[in-house]
Design a binder for this molecule. Structure first.
Ligand code: KG4
Ligand code: ZN
Length: 338
């Protein structure tokens, strides 16, 4: 009989450009969280190069896992299970983590837990907010996803709406590239926007219900920049950043509050890399206060990709006995749906 109040999970994450490993106890207590970020490597290409990402995961994964075990003062034999991100993400990148986790589980006869990357982002909130429990509404905002979800339990949810085209993080990265600011665009735009004025009327796409669209906003910034360059007008970069950022974020906040009211919730979580955005955090907090809703956001270090969040979600899969039946059968699923 397994004591579910004393479960330690070794978690591995390699879906994009971070090689990460963590040891997490009972979904809430992070004993170690090691992240080797490849941002410096990909920066010169202006974005993530999938083949380069896979190769660097291969180089770094062993040391990253060993460091996580050491920092947690444990070893392979002492952990109860291995959790790994199996999708969504870059195919080759995911395969590195999945193959590594399968090998450990096979050799040590440990249970293998396959974790959906986005479920991990949501679970990052359980690490920061020890008393947070489902159900709640969650706004998921990352480089690949923009969605509003009703989180009905630790392992189940309903999708209330999502983007019809680009993800909001993708729009930040694209705008940053057009303005030649660097990669990843989110943190750079977030910082520059603080010194800018919100004086350019970029369009706020308003799709019905709880759906979103970012391709129009992205194109409108690209057109604005191209027109100015053709006319040899100088660009006020902080103003463009501030105007784009508010057009991108206000609609997310508006619809999140609307979803809470419509479905009768007083708890709103934000998850995914874009939840690190300071404008989003501050303005969502104001809107929540005005509407008597409690806002939950992860600590900054758990907003972007990390393995601790995979260990957190892994625990909830574990107690549901949601193991990969035959560990060697698990494969990476680049297009895994939520
Ligand atoms: O969740 P994440 O680390 O990876 C995915 O699962 O996609 O999210 C990465 C995305 C990138 O698009 C990045 O530009 C964005 O999150 N991001 C931000 C900020 N920090 C990261 N976007 C806006 N403001 C930020 N401070
Ligand atoms: Zn992510």
């Amino acid at each position: 009989m397994i004591d579910t109040k004393n479960i330690t999970i070794l978690a591995i994450e390699s879906s994009c450009d971070e090689t990460a490993a963590a040891v997490v106890k009972c979904g809430r207590e992070v004993l170690s969280s090691v992240i080797f970020s490849q941002i410096d490597i990909h920066q010169k290409f202006g974005g993530v190069v999938p083949e380069v990402a896979s190769r660097n995961h291969t180089i770094k994964i062993n040391d990253t896992v060993k460091q996580a075990l050491e920092e947690a003062n444990t070893d392979f034999n002492s952990v109860d299970a291995i959790a790994v991100t199996y999708g969504a993400g870059l195919s080759g990148a995911l395969l590195v983590g999945v193959s590594y986790a399968k090998a450990i589980c096979y050799a040590l006869k440990k249970p293998l837990i396959a974790v959906n990357h986005i479920k991990g982002h949501i679970a990052a909130n359980f690490i920061t907010h020890k008393n947070l429990k489902p159900p709640f509404i969650c706004l998921v905002v990352s480089g690949g996803h923009t969605a509003l979800l009703e989180i009905t339990s630790y392992t189940t949810h309903k999708c209330l709406g999502q983007t019809a085209d680009d993800a909001v993080g993708e729009a930040f990265d694209k705008v940053s590239r057009v303005l030649k600011l660097g990669y990843p665009g989110g943190p750079i735009i977030d910082k520059l926007a603080k010194t800018g004025n919100c004086n350019i009327p970029f369009p706020k796409a308003n799709l019905p219900d709880f759906n979103f669209s970012y391709s129009g906003l992205k194109t409108s910034v690209v057109n604005y920049v191209n027109k100015a360059e053709m006319k040899k007008q100088s660009l006020i970069i902080p103003d463009i950043c501030a105007s784009f950022q508010s057009a991108a974020m206000d609609i997310l906040i508006e619809k999140s509050i609307k979803a809470c009211k419509h479905y009768g919730y007083r708890k709103l979580c934000i998850a995914g890399g874009v939840s690190a955005n300071t404008y989003l955090r501050e303005n969502a907090q104001k809107a929540c206060l005005d509407n008597n809703i409690k806002l939950f956001v992860p600590d900054f270090k758990y907003c972007t990709d990390n393995a601790a969040m995979i260990g957190a979600q892994g625990y909830y899969n574990f107690i549901q006995k949601d193991f990969t039946p035959a560990p060697l059968s698990l494969t990476a699923m680049p297009h895994l749906k939520l």
